[in-house]
Design a protein around this ligand. Structure first.
Ligand SMILES: Nc1ncnc2c1ncn2[C@@H]1O[C@H](COP(=O)(O)OP(=O)(O)OP(=O)(O)O)[C@@H](O)[C@H]1O
Ligand SMILES: [Mg+2]
Length: 109
């Protein structure tokens, strides 16, 4: 199994969630996070100066999937989250050893 951690723009979240659901990816954990990428946040112009906003609000999705679903989920998230502008986000893939469904004790690895 793998965990897909995707950090995306909050305004794309509903669209990404729908795209995942359409492909059969239902279970997920999401968090409201703050982050920065290569641009170190953004520079906002205002009357009299420039203000640097360091950490921008993002949504992080954590989804555990079978190894064979990695390519599908990466394409699905990438296409649904992309606006083409900076800050569209990043996807990380991590190994997962085991999952246990608490109600039944059912184990997957
Ligand atoms: N190296 C990293 N490690 C952990 N999280 C990261 C890393 N790079 C980006 N992120 C997370 O992804 C979010 C979105 O990053 P972002 O899309 O700005 O990446 P980028 O590499 O700067 O690409 P772009 O040039 O398209 O903006 C960040 O706010 C941060 O939460
Ligand atoms: Mg960036």
């Amino acid at each position: 199994m793998k965990m897909v951690k995707a950090v995306i723009k909050p305004e794309r979240f509903e669209f990404v969630k729908k795209a995942l659901e359409d492909k059969g990816f239902i279970g997920m954990t999401i968090s409201e996070v703050k982050g920065r990428g290569e641009q170190k946040g953004i520079a906002l112009q205002y009357r009299g100066g420039v203000m640097i906003v360091d950490l921008l609000p993002k949504i992080q999705l954590e989804i555990v999937i079978r190894d064979s679903d990695v390519d599908t989920i990466v394409v699905t998230i990438t296409e649904a989250a992309r606006t083409g502008k900076i800050g569209d986000g990043k996807i990380f893939i991590l190994p997962v050893e085991k999952s246990i469904r608490i109600r039944t004790g059912e184990m997957e690895s």
